[in-house]
Design a protein around this ligand. Structure first.
Ligand SMILES: Cc1cc2nc3c(=O)[nH]c(=O)nc-3n(C[C@H](O)[C@H](O)[C@H](O)COP(=O)(O)O)c2cc1C
Length: 326
């Protein structure tokens, strides 16, 4: 068993990574159905939360069936982080996660996200401010360092543990790498090996097959893995990893019928949560991933990304079913 504060997770838990515009409640519901053990919200701006921005507030929605679930915040100001931790804690997630990994210029230039990897003292202060503001477990997600010449995850892990974080997820890239190159998990293993470190260490970056998940578990000794991109349009990935780790066998991939049914649920839940108009618009980014590799799919995809009405989109799903499965 792996424990984050009082939260009990199974051995080698699988975490759904926080992903802006992806890991919202409808998508999380699917990932939960298919075996994600711990999930995170999209990142939320601490300044936005304090200003009461609608987009930030909506990201606070969590549902009992998805527990344990963490809400992730980012920011570069101690007071704003403390206040937003209180706002987050009031909606009763299972944990609060701090994003010290976002590489985007707009975030980094405000000293937030991966920006603080250049200023570990500030990182520690921001973390302390969050930990002080809630009784919930606080966790952190970060990268190896700012760039290849300044890998400081070893110091970061010790200092953040010392101020009270309850788990650390490490994306095996530097900020300078953005999403390029390959994630390097050797420094993650070194953090895990440090006898001073007693909190769970989760590895993240490039897990794209069940085999790789097991190989990295064995090779790097992490307490669990966090999966991002490979789950997009593929919430079955968690179940596939679990099955492989347990039995050494690869599960059959989801059938086209499974994919159609998952998309149907995703559409319905998105519309329920965001309203039909936004729900349909925001679903458009998902279809290509769900239907990857389906022959001659283009005419259906075109309709899916153009039709504005929910009923028409659901009708296209019926057409897909009739066309390929009848
Ligand atoms: C579309 C997208 C949105 C992301 N948004 C966030 C975010 O809000 N917070 C965060 O900590 N990381 C975010 N990330 C980074 C992922 O959580 C993860 O660290 C990264 O994708 C590497 O893992 P992977 O190789 O399994 O995708 C995002 C990544 C993607 C692809």
């Amino acid at each position: 068993m792996v424990k984050i504060g009082n939260i009990e997770l199974p051995d080698f838990p699988l975490l759904l990574a926080p992903m802006e515009d992806v890991s919202d409640p409808p998508f999380r519901r699917l990932c939960k159905e298919y075996g994600a053990d711990l999930m995170y919200s999209e990142f939320i701006s601490s300044e936005g939360l304090i200003r009461d921005a609608i987009k930030s507030k909506m990201k606070l929605d969590i549902f009992d069936y998805e527990r344990p679930v963490g809400i992730q915040i980012f920011g570069g100001d101690e007071e704003a982080m403390a206040m937003s931790t209180e706002i987050v804690a009031a909606v009763k997630p299972d944990l609060v996660d701090i994003n010290f990994g976002c590489p985007v210029k707009k975030v980094v230039s405000k000293g937030a996200g991966a920006g603080v990897l250049k200023d570990v003292d500030l990182m520690v202060k921001l973390t302390e401010a969050c930990v002080r503001s809630t009784d919930l477990p606080v966790t952190v997600k970060t990268r190896l360092g700012w760039d290849n010449d300044s890998i400081n995850i070893y110091e970061v892990a010790e200092r953040l543990q010392d101020v009270g974080i309850k788990a650390l997820s490490i994306h095996g890239r530097t900020r300078a790498q953005m999403y390029k190159g390959e994630a390097d998990w050797a420094p993650i293993a070194k953090v895990k090996d440090n006898p001073r470190i007693h909190i769970p260490i989760f590895g993240n970056g490039d897990i794209d097959s069940p085999q790789k998940a097991l190989e990295y578990k064995n090779r790097y000794g992490v307490d669990g893995v966090m999966v991002g991109r490979a789950s997009i349009g593929n919430p079955w990935f968690f179940r596939e990893i679990k099955h492989f780790v347990k039995t050494g066998e690869i599960l059959d991939p989801p059938t086209l019928q499974d994919r159609i049914e998952a998309v149907r649920k995703h559409v319905i839940w998105s519309c329920e949560w965001k309203g039909d108009r936004t729900g349909i618009l925001e679903m458009r980014r998902h279809y290509a991933n769900y239907f990857k590799g389906v022959d001659h799919f283009k005419p259906f995809r075109t309709k899916l990304v153009q039709l504005p009405e929910k009923d028409d989109v659901l009708g296209v799903l019926d057409e897909i079913s009739e066309h390929y499965l009848a």
